[in-house]
Design a binder for this molecule. Structure first.
Ligand SMILES: Nc1ncnc2c1ncn2[C@@H]1O[C@H](COP(=O)(O)OP(=O)(O)OP(=O)(O)O)[C@@H](O)[C@H]1O
Ligand SMILES: [Mg+2]
Length: 274
């Protein structure tokens, strides 16, 4: 069967599930010592609860800036963003971020790094330990609980980074190329781990990547960005069954179509697309 591939207006609201994250006309202009630079222009995103959205775009198109704004670390120049119908104005535990190379505390063990965010949450030590044990097990690091970050691999560090935010039970997880520094095998393992955690915990995820195959592996929907200024050029539902196999002919056809659509890209539409 031919994969269903539809390019719809970025303004369209997709899905029948209730929207949890709504972003309207978000614009960001950086005013440095040089001329002002418009990095993001009129970004609209609607994410349904439990949806996994990938944001795919070239270097410098404003992906990290977008996640920093949605996390509340920097303010937008214009536009609105709401989580569960409440305006986003500052960082909050209901929105967590995992970065490309997440800095763990080098002097804390794996378990202590994961437990760190629970401090000050009023959990007693036994309950906190149970939570840490659960998340250690979910990310497959139980045997490494007492290791220091320098004693574990890059992939394991990213598992700690993931467990450290998941333990806070965020409603929305922002991931900024979290597996980009890993080799191909570790990257694939992390993608599979993320999908199995997502199936169990049902977070809403906004996942930024450069990598077409990663986006097709993970996403319910892919938002394709343009640069100068950063805009959402297309919204592409990924109607492939899960679990997805990278050697499945439909997967390959879909990835190739997306890849060709990006490569042939100029302004506006994706040339040659249905
Ligand atoms: N604080 C800042 N002040 C001025 N310009 C900035 C600032 N932060 C980012 N920029 C500019 O905004 C643009 C987008 O940067 P951003 O890091 O969001 O891109 P990106 O899509 O994440 O790129 P990459 O894929 O390489 O990570 C770049 O041109 C960058 O120089
Ligand atoms: Mg970036």
């Amino acid at each position: 069967m031919k994969p269903r591939l539809t390019v719809v207006s970025p303004k369209a609201v997709s899905g029948v599930r209730l929207p949890i994250l709504e972003v309207r006309s978000l614009t960001k202009v950086f005013r440095s010592s040089h001329a002002p630079v418009k990095v993001l222009e009129e970004i609209d995103i609607t994410a349904a609860a439990g949806e996994l959205i990938c944001i795919l775009g070239p270097s410098g198109c404003g992906k990290s800036t977008l996640l920093k704004i949605l996390s509340g670390f920097i303010p937008p120049s214009a536009g609105e963003m709401r989580l569960d119908d409440r305006p986003i104005t500052r960082p909050g535990p209901e929105r967590c971020v995992v970065f490309q190379e997440d800095a763990l505390f080098p002097w804390l063990t794996v378990a202590e790094n994961i437990a760190f965010g629970l401090r000050g949450k009023g959990k007693d030590r036994r309950a906190a330990r149970r939570e840490v044990d659960r998340f250690l097990s979910l990310v497959g690091l139980t045997p490494y609980r007492d290791y220091l970050p320098r004693e574990i691999s890059g992939g394991m560090k990213q598992r700690v980074a993931l467990a450290r935010v998941l333990i806070l039970k965020p409603q929305v997880l922002f991931m900024d190329e979290p597996f980009a520094s890993l080799d191909a095998q570790a990257r694939e393992e992390m993608q599979n781990l993320l999908l199995s955690l997502w199936a169990k915990l049902s977070h809403t995820i906004l996942f930024v990547t450069h990598d077409v195959v990663e986006a097709v592996t993970l996403a319910d929907r892919i938002l394709v960005m343009d640069k100068n200024p950063g805009r959402i050029r297309a919204e592409i539902p990924v109607a492939l069954d899960r679990p997805r196999r990278r050697d499945d002919p439909e997967f390959i056809r879909f990835s190739r179509m997306l890849h060709d659509g990006l490569r042939g890209s100029g302004e506006g539409n994706l040339p040659g697309w249905p």
